[in-house]
Design a protein around this ligand. Sequence first.
Ligand SMILES: *[C@@H]1O[C@H](CO)[C@@H](O)[C@H](O)[C@H]1NC(C)=O
Ligand SMILES: *[C@@H]1O[C@H](CO)[C@@H](O)[C@H](O)[C@H]1NC(C)=O
Ligand SMILES: *[C@@H]1O[C@H](CO)[C@@H](O)[C@H](O)[C@H]1NC(C)=O
Ligand SMILES: *[C@@H]1O[C@H](CO)[C@@H](O)[C@H](O)[C@H]1NC(C)=O
Ligand SMILES: *[C@@H]1O[C@H](CO)[C@@H](O)[C@H](O)[C@H]1NC(C)=O
Length: 950
Amino acid sequence: MRYPVPHFVSIVVLLLLLIPCISQSLDAPLSEDLLGLIVFKSDLADPFSKLASWDEDDDDPCGWDGVSCNPRARRVVELSLSGFSLSGKLNRGLLQLQALRKLSLARNNFSGALNPRLAQMESLWSVDLSENALSGPIPDEFFAQCRSIRALNLAKNGFFGQIPGSLGSCSTLVALNLSSNRLSGALPSSLWSLYGLRSLDLSDNSLAGEIPWGVNRLYNLRSISLRGNRLNGKVPEDIGGCLQLKSIDFGVNLLYGNIPESMRNLSLCSYLSLGSNSLAGEVPSWIGDLRSLVSLDLSNNGFSGSVPDSVGNLIFLKRLDFSANRLGGSLPESMGNCRSLIEVDFNWNSLMGNLPKWVFKLGLQRISLSGNQMTGAIEVPSNTQQSLTILDLSSNAFYGGIPINFASIYGLKLLNLSFNSLSGSIPVSIGDLKSLEVLDLKKSKLTGEIPTQIGNCSLLTSLILSQNNLTGPIPAAMANLTNIQIIDLSFNNLTGPIPKKFSDIPHLISFNISHNLFSGDLPSGNFFNTIPPSSVSDNPGICGGVVNKSCPGVLPKPIVLNPNSSSANSNSSNPVFSSDFLKHKKIIFSISVLIAIGAAALIAIGVITITILNIRVRSAAARSAAALALVDDYYSRSPSHDSNSGKLVMFSSNDPDFNFGDHAILNKNCELGRGGFGTVYKTILKDGRNMAIKKLTVSSLVKSQEDFEREVKKLGKLRHPNLVTLEGYYWTPSLQLLMYEFIPGGSLYKHLHESSGLIHLSWQERFDTILGIARSLAHLHRMNVIHYNLKSSNILIDGSGEAKVADYGLAKLLPTLDRYVLSSKVQSALGYMAPEFALKTVKITEKCDVYGFGVLVLEIVTGRRPVEYLEDDVVVLCDVVRGALEGGRAEGCMDERLGGKFPVEEAVPVVKLGLICTSQVPSNRPEMTEVVKILEMIRCPQDSLEEELG
Ligand SMILES: *[C@@H]1O[C@H](CO)[C@@H](O)[C@H](O)[C@H]1NC(C)=O
Ligand SMILES: *[C@@H]1O[C@H](CO)[C@@H](O)[C@H](O)[C@H]1NC(C)=O
Ligand SMILES: *[C@@H]1O[C@H](CO)[C@@H](O)[C@H](O)[C@H]1NC(C)=O
Ligand SMILES: *[C@@H]1O[C@H](CO)[C@@H](O)[C@H](O)[C@H]1NC(C)=O
Ligand SMILES: *[C@@H]1O[C@H](CO)[C@@H](O)[C@H](O)[C@H]1NC(C)=O
């Protein structure tokens, strides 16, 4: 060794002497950092004491939360306080941290302006102030004096004003993120001189103007997002020069023109979004050159032409969104090669053709083809991959059935096939879709019943089956859908009650069953108490608080319609009476259970009616007696006065020779009967003719003279052999009389139920009576008159045994067709009143007469009253007869007085006809013209019928 020992020793000694000096020079700056941090903290609110470890008495901040030091140089090099919930200003304290390289204060609540001196800090290369409440313009000096900043993130603050032109001089920048501020103005073209820039995010501001040219100078650029601004003009033609680009997002701007051809060079690009602009032209066929594409969004533009086959080259493509363009043609088969595809969205284009096979083969998670013109059957292969979660084929022209193989797609969450022409029924396998959350089958041509299995789809939140031809009841199992929020079954032909358990469904927010044939009480409970009436409207049998109509105390049994009508004959609105009926009369009438109706409902209506009756009859009787007395009194005092002011109109030419000064006209002794609308007296005219005069007792309710006369004249025009003719009327404000032809022979009621009547009405006579009534009603309905008050006491039998229907159309004389008034006026039509009278929401149509007619038919053939009141029981004729029919004992309920003398082949069909006419659901009752035809056929011997039909 050549070095002398003393020399070596002296170097060591020198070092030892120097150490304290060195360590002191290290400590001084650290305490400066400590001071800076304490000053920084002093301006902050720290609601969660995240900076509790920042103790002023400490002499080493390197252990403090969020603070990192360089272990050798012992300087604070990193401050990471992201998500510390700090509020306050960024004060001078930060500027003390001379060695700071990385400052991350993201996701706090820092406010105030951006201090330009931050950019001047010598070592600082990464600044993340994103997601704070900083505001003001970005100062020009910030970029002009920047030293070493490479990454700057000011996203999600409140910065406004223009992006300073000085930006271009901050040439150290590699990543710039100014997204989600309120920056406005044009993009400075100096932007393109940031040669080192790799990532540029200016999205979600209010930047306007055109995108300047020269972007190709940024040859390092990997990612650019200008999304969500108001940029217009074209996509820069030179963008294809940025060969490193992996991600381009120009979506949600006002860009127009074509996709520039230079982009075909961007073979590294994996993310391309040009969605929501005004771009147009064809999707270029070179799109297939962008081999790296993983996500391609051209949605919501004006692209036309067809989807290029070359899309099939994009084997890494996962997401494709071409929705809301004007693309036509059919989906290319080549897309079957896009093996990575997960989501395809072609919603709202003009695509045609069939569903390509690849749709269910690629293992897609989401398929959206809504709003196109695609057609053909939906064919789901049985080995369909289970990854599919969203399938939206709505608003197309698909037809055929819903494939049962859907059931193999266990993971399906949304199935929307609405607005197509799908037919057949909803497959029971729908219940296997255990993940299903939304099922929308609105407006197709589905028939059949809602499968009970739907109750197995326990995650279902939305079930929309409206506007189909569905029939049958709501499956009780649907009450098991505890997550359901929206149920829409409107515009179908569903029947039966709403299951009571529905009141237990916890999250229901919308329930629409309007325009169906539902009946019975609505479930009670919070949701159902507030349901808007429109959600249940147009259901003939619905009652409950919503429809403002109290329900019968007894719950109606389900209405079970003809079990054969739902599937096989569902196209025919009324299978029993379709034209097929003519050919298969025998078969149809031999179906034993044609219609079974909720017995209890009828009983209950009966009970209500009795109650009303008891109250009303007493008061009505009292009232009319009083009125009559008054009238008599009035006439006796001033006959001439009233006959002068009153108006007498006779429809026939020969006016009767009488005047109302004659007391005898309304003589109590000549009273023929009383009804809901008035009392009828017999009077003999001076020419010896008899006439029946009805004095209306509803005078306070009668319309104005004008309306009264119009209605009465309409009734006066009616002429039919089976109608009692209205011959004239008399009107004063206080008294209204209707003059009818007088029918000797008494009422049907008398003949059937009173010993004073003709004891023996033969089968032939009864059948004739039924036919006569049917014909008169058919005539009334043809003339648009509803009888409203059909009952056996309003059927008169004339001298030749012909039935004559009286008292028709008088309800129209009431000021409004108020059904409360109506039902109380026709109260005495006990047991004849169609159930819809009790329901406010249901329109009263001529079908209410069909109901009354049905009751009459049963009354005539059995000789029993429609409702019989026993000590503690109410017997409803329809139910008795129906029970007998189902038990095969129909003949047994025929009137004993017939002595068994009736042809069974006539009697049984007549009984069945009566039952069909008393169907609870108005639309299930036949028209009166159909009834007449049927009766005429029942009457014909079978042979001649067949002859007639050839
Ligand atoms: C954010 O800071 C402002 C004051 O600068 C304060 O009023 C507000 O309550 C803070 N918000 C939160 C969430 O701390
Ligand atoms: C910009 O910052 C925001 C907020 O932190 C972030 O969501 C966004 O992804 C950033 N952009 C880029 C390109 O990293
Ligand atoms: C649905 O019912 C209506 C009326 O009955 C009918 O016009 C229509 O053809 C039916 N549709 C199908 C698919 O059965
Ligand atoms: C509802 O679910 C319960 C328990 O899962 C089951 O026992 C019951 O049968 C279901 N109800 C109907 C009507 O399917
Ligand atoms: C329901 O059935 C009636 C006849 O029964 C028919 O007139 C009506 O069009 C049907 N409605 C629907 C939506 O199918």
